[in-house]
Design a protein around this ligand. Structure first.
Ligand code: HEM
Length: 407
């Protein structure tokens, strides 16, 4: 069976979370998952329809299937253009297929290996310690997003790429605009254009005066003729946005989830076992799944899956937030936060060839941030009611806009 429903009968995607349940995927997604792996949904911005994949096993199978494409420029791609294209500037290899995707990804992947990332741990620990010194010396209550969650990964990715941190207001503002669903396409395009221009200029400076950083190494490859300057700038935009927004949201939302689960927070705070800390990070990634708008793809050929046929040219959305709560993959109360669970097989970083390049870095930053913050600020608490916390329901990346805390 292929698409048999008319657009008017299909539910819209994304769906709304239930009031008072900010950490849970929308209940409609759970209902669809119970009906089977595949459902049809409508994308309100474009009016098009797509297949929604709700179960963990089918999501992994499709994400690893070479018959699906990430090429956002293909007609029918299930994304409200130009949202996924970073405002018309292109978001580099995340929106390309192999061999182009692999060619560009390979140029930067050495910077994100576990070994390379581990060598950065002492520097990240120092950044986190300094930020907490400042936090404790400053007034309270304070917005944890502004004072900690956003600056930590921004400082780290700036150091790695060779982007001056003094420009953080500029790139954070424009990144925020690009990933907000409620922003008008022209506004998003303008923000994308500003970031692309900024990175192009920076690549130009690295070409003239190389430093010991990733953008300088990419600029060297431009000189060698391995990629164009435009490709280098687009890659810089991707790494800069992906490198700070996601981890920042995980730090703030993860802290809120732990504050709402004090038993789990106490376990984490009182342990100095790196394995427990690493496990807690995996479980928080699974439980919160901040990339809550699904992994978007388009079928290149007819694909038989779960007794149905996805036709070539049809859009596919892997709802990895509900996939991470699938009882057949995580049998023990998947809707509960349990930092001692083995959650390593989660799909919060995606799966297949586009699986998150920065995951070793994100993991290490989260391990350092969570374990240090709760140990050094043991009385940390929320300084407002949960229902007054502004959640990023309209963001491509879920999280909180602000998190007032005290201690
Ligand atoms: C907790 C933090 C993070 C989460 C939850 C996250 C999540 C994801 C997900 C789900 C994808 C797959 C996209 C797809 O399948 O279409 C992805 C890809 C990617 N991520 Fe992350 N990410 C995080 C941190 C980072 C960091 C720190 C970087 C560093 C620069 C980064 C760089 C990338 C890149 C470059 C890709 C594209 C990979 C490709 O297309 O081959 N991410 N991320």
């Amino acid at each position: 069976m292929s698409d048999t429903l008319s657009p008017a009968e299909t539910p819209d995607f994304p769906m709304a979370r239930a009031a008072g349940c900010p950490f849970d995927p929308p209940p409609q997604l759970r209902a669809l998952q119970q009906e089977g792996p595949l459902a049809r949904v409508r994308i309100p911005e474009s009016g098009g329809t797509a297949w929604l994949v709700t179960t963990y096993a089918e999501q992994r199978a499709l994400l690893a299937d070479p018959r699906v494409s990430s090429d956002v420029t293909r007609p029918g791609f299930p994304i409200p253009a130009p949202a996924g294209s970073g405002g018309g500037i292109g978001l580099s290899f995340i929106l390309m297929d192999d061999p182009e995707h692999a060619r560009l990804r390979r140029m930067v992947q050495a910077a994100f290996t576990v070994r390379r990332v581990e060598s950065m741990r002492p520097a990240v620990q120092k950044i986190v310690d300094d930020m907490i010194d400042d936090l404790l010396a400053g007034p309270k209550p304070v917005d944890l997003v502004e004072a900690f969650a956003l600056p930590v990964p921004s400082l780290v990715i700036c150091e790695l790429l060779g982007v001056p941190y003094t420009d953080h207001d500029f790139f954070q503002e424009n990144s925020k605009t690009i990933i907000k669903r409620s922003v008008a396409p022209e506004e998003r395009a303008a923000a994308g254009g500003r970031l692309a221009h900024y990175l192009d200029d920076l690549v130009g400076r690295k070409l003239a005066e190389p430093g010991d950083d990733l953008l300088s190494r990419v600029a060297e490859r431009v000189k060698a003729g391995d990629l164009t300057r435009q490709e280098a700038a687009q890659m810089g935009v991707l790494l800069l946005i992906a490198g700070h927004e996601t981890t920042a949201n995980m730090i703030a939302l993860g802290t809120l989830a732990l504050l709402r689960n004090p038993g789990q927070l106490a376990l984490l705070r009182e342990s100095d076992d790196p394995k427990l800390v690493a496990g807690a990070v995996e479980e928080l990634l699974r439980y919160l799944n901040i990339t809550h708008n699904g992994r978007r793809r388009i079928a290149l050929e007819d694909i038989e899956i779960a007794g149905r046929t996805i036709r070539a040219g049809e859009g596919i959305i892997m709802a990895n937030d509900i996939g991470n709560r699938d009882p057949s993959a995580f049998p023990d109360n998947p809707d509960e936060l349990d930092i001692r669970r083995d959650a390593r097989r989660h799909v919060a970083f995606g799966f297949g060839v586009h699986q998150c390049l920065g995951q070793p870095l994100a993991r290490m930053e989260l391990q350092v941030a969570y374990s240090t913050l709760y140990r050094r600020v043991p009385t940390l608490s929320l300084a407002t009611d949960l229902d007054r916390v502004p959640f990023k329901h309209d963001g491509a990346v879920y999280g909180v806009y602000e998190l007032p805390v005290t201690w």
